[in-house]
Design a protein around this ligand. Structure first.
Ligand code: NAD
Length: 428
């Protein structure tokens, strides 16, 4: 069967158009919000360890900053495309709005595969990325953060480059920094924990207890890892995870019917969330092709790897046992597959609500950085819970009042907030 190719920006625009129709948004506001405010495309030269020079392509897109400085991650990925970055920047605008934090939406990326780059090459990429757009970044302009295959070390190199050029300390320039160097406690857990806080609220509505549920997770990176941690603390059981297998260049799923053990998998995984399959097999995990994470007999599915993972090609592999899907990743479900899931009666927590915890804790980190006063971890996680719970309640209440899906409700609330800020500023 020929698989369908999805363009994430087309998906993001289709979702936007649908919500704009529901909101009866005027044409000028639609035009403003359908297209990013600003795009930067640039080359980053890097001296490779073998002495040769290589040019990498980098991007930064600021979709909308009417509600505050643009905010969003920087991804390092070999298959990065400008349309993926555009879609992700738009989703960031909706995410900061639905979480009701005073920030806009942005996203960045570099086409590269850090698996095959030394530390020195990665450092040059980070510094080069900042140098190309330094005047268009800053605590009051645009605040980057980590995303796929970027981490606290990358953020620190970027911060150091920014501070060297600008002369001074600007820890509010970037989030996801190492703790002790401007990072916030609780930051690394925040996206995954936020996904589970949203699941906790959804399970309450569905009359289910986490302790009586079983889940399968796509990914074993930052989002997936901490989602699993909090879900297990609440008594839930995860029987399957999947990840990219760099050795065979395909995905691989790992199953333990009694429940996966994070301490075991942590001891055999790399910084990119890849799990060593040979060691996993020795530890008693069953190994399958990567798509198998989707066809497990579970109550909850958490796609927490990449966009476009549940599509018309595989949506019918989802078992009837599944009651809830929480989109940990951005855009993991295609719009046509989304309709089938709704027809099946599966409750969906949409991406920019489910994974808003990362943006919320980034905001907390920026506040702490700007004050130069840092909160205890419990305080950060407590504030995260308050923000996630109230964002979830607003979306759920509006959905019920207006007979909308959770996705439509989240879109209508957030687009309305951004549109209102644009109107009040006199942009439309
Ligand atoms: P990560 O790089 O830490 O982990 C990604 C995981 O996905 C790894 O386990 C990797 O092996 C796996 N993976 C990669 N390609 C895959 C494929 N083709 N099939 C199956 N698995 C694959 O990334 P992350 O930070 O956990 O982000 C995951 C998703 O969540 C992304 O969509 C990202 O944009 C989104 N997100 C991340 C954050 C955050 O705070 N990190 C916040 C919001 C949204």
């Amino acid at each position: 069967m020929k698989s369908t190719v999805y363009n994430p920006f087309e998906t993001a625009r289709q979702q936007f158009d649908h919500a704009a129709d529901l909101l009866e948004l005027d044409n000028t506001t639609r035009e403003l919000l359908r297209t990013p405010m600003r795009e930067y495309h640039f080359n980053i030269p890097v001296r490779m360890d073998d002495g040769t020079k290589k040019i990498f392509r980098g991007f930064r897109i600021q979709h909308n900053d009417a509600r505050g400085p643009a905010k969003g991650g920087v991804r390092f990925h070999p298959l990065e495309t400008i349309d993926t970055v555009r879609a992700l920047s738009m989703w960031m605008s909706w995410k900061t709005a639905v979480a009701d934090i005073p920030l806009g939406g942005g996203k960045g990326g570099v086409i590269c595969d850090p698996h095959h780059l030394s530390n020195s090459e990665q450092e040059q990429l980070c510094r080069g990325w900042v140098r190309q757009i330094v005047r268009n970044l800053g605590p009051n302009i645009d605040i980057p953060s980590p995303d796929i295959m970027t981490n606290a070390q990358h953020m620190l190199w970027m911060l150091d480059e920014y501070e060297t050029i600008m002369g001074g300390h600007f820890p509010g320039f970037i989030t996801g920094k190492p703790t002790g160097l401007g990072g916030s406690l609780g930051k690394k857990e925040s996206t995954g924990y936020g996904v589970i806080i949203a699941i906790r609220e959804a399970l309450n509505e569905l009359g289910l207890k986490a302790a009586n549920t079983v889940a399968s997770v796509q990914g074993y990176g930052n989002v997936a890892r901490y989602a699993i941690e909090l879900y297990q603390k609440m008594g839930g059981k995860v029987i399957c995870v999947s990840c990219w297998d760099e050795e065979d260049h395909k995905t691989c799923a790992f199953r333990k019917k009694d429940g996966i053990i994070t301490e075991e998998l942590d001891s055999i995984s790399d910084v990119f969330g890849g799990i060593d399959k040979h060691k996993a097999r020795d530890m008693g995990y069953e190994l399958f092709s990567g798509n198998e994470w989707l066809s497990q007999e579970v109550d909850i599915l958490i796609p927490a790897a990449l966009e476009n993972q549940i599509t018309m090609d595989n949506v019918n592999n989802i078992r009837d046992s599944v009651k809830l899907i929480a989109e940990g990743a951005n855009g993991p479900v295609s719009p046509d597959a989304d309709k089938i899931l709704a027809d099946k009666g599966i409750f969906m927590i949409p991406d920019f609500l489910a994974n808003a915890g990362g943006a919320i804790s980034s905001y907390f980190e920026q506040v702490q950085s700007n004050m130069n006063y840092y909160w205890e971890k419990d305080e950060v996680l407590g504030k995260l819970d308050v923000k996630m719970t109230s964002a979830y309640a607003a979306v759920s209440d509006f959905a019920k009042e207006n007979k909308l899906s959770m996705r439509d409700s989240a879109y209508v609330i957030s687009i309305d907030r951004v549109a209102q800020a644009c109107r009040e500023r006199g942009w439309v």
